[in-house]
Design a protein around this ligand. Structure first.
Ligand SMILES: [Fe+2]
Length: 265
């Protein structure tokens, strides 16, 4: 705490003021501290990460627009976003941009599956008011998962922020009435700074299980990639341990959110 605030705090003596006064002064002190916290983090961002962050956010926004406008294919978007997450911004700058420290101070978890936090980017000059993408941070306890699911009409990417994960991806080869034919494509350990991505065309199904606690994943996603798609933008939960077929394919039963979390959460 800055010295000036320590001084102010030490001046508040409950023996010399009413309970109401004390409550008001305490509230003022808390507000002053949180305002200072905010100003300090804004200053830090301004001094070290602002130019990088502005350029980076604009580029992520642009490739989202290009994906929707078909100037980038889904697979090209995947390549671009993974490069941008792993090489075009330092993990430190990104965590500052999404104020990850604030979430780390008071992380919220669920006992099953992953808890979603919704960080906001700071209002920087030179970035649009609305982006073509959205973001979230998944917080997980050890042994808990972002359960296996595919995606309809979405493009999405993961960046591990903290902890290690067992990450698996599958290509969505074919849709059946009650199953999805999938092919395993990635089965690897993912640590901080590592990325993976998804589109309707490649690695459409993923499953990430936390090996540490706490463990956090940053997620960027573009919804409604194809405005003319008959498929509503959504998740599709599957059990990847289905019937084994030829050529490494698996007939994975379609399951609901509840069953997915009972089995894999
Ligand atoms: Fe997903």
């Amino acid at each position: 705490m800055p010295n000036s605030l320590k001084k102010n705090a030490s001046m508040v003596d409950p023996e010399f003021c009413s309970r109401r006064d004390f409550a008001q002064r305490s509230l003022h002190a808390i507000l002053a501290v949180s305002l200072l916290d905010h100003l300090c983090s804004a200053d830090l961002l301004a001094s070290s990460a602002k130019p990088t962050s502005t350029k980076w956010l604009n580029r992520v926004n642009q490739i989202g627009l290009d994906l929707r406008g078909k100037e980038l294919s889904p697979v090209q978007w995947q390549s671009e976003i993974e490069h941008m997450l792993s090489s075009e911004i330092d993990l430190k700058d990104l965590t500052q941009l999404i104020d990850f420290d604030k979430i780390l101070k008071k992380p919220r978890f669920v006992d099953n599956g992953a808890r979603s936090h919704r960080p906001r980017f700071p209002k920087l000059d030179g970035i649009p008011e609305r982006f073509s993408f959205s973001q979230q941070i998944f917080a997980l306890k050890k042994g808990r998962s972002v359960v296996p699911h595919g995606h309809n009409n979405m493009a999405t990417a993961f960046l591990i922020l903290k902890g290690n994960f067992h990450g698996r991806h599958y290509d969505r080869v074919e849709d059946e009435k009650e199953h999805m034919i999938i092919r395993p494509t990635i089965d690897s350990r993912f640590g901080p700074g590592q990325t993976s991505s998804i589109s309707d065309e490649k690695d459409n199904v993923h499953w990430f299980k936390a090996e540490d606690e706490p463990a956090f994943i940053f997620n960027l996603h573009v919804l409604g990639v194809n405005a003319k798609s008959p498929k509503r933008t959504s998740r599709v939960y599957v059990d990847p341990f289905g019937e084994k077929l030829d050529d490494g394919l698996v007939r994975a039963p379609l399951i609901g959110y509840k069953e997915a979390h009972q089995k894999f959460g």
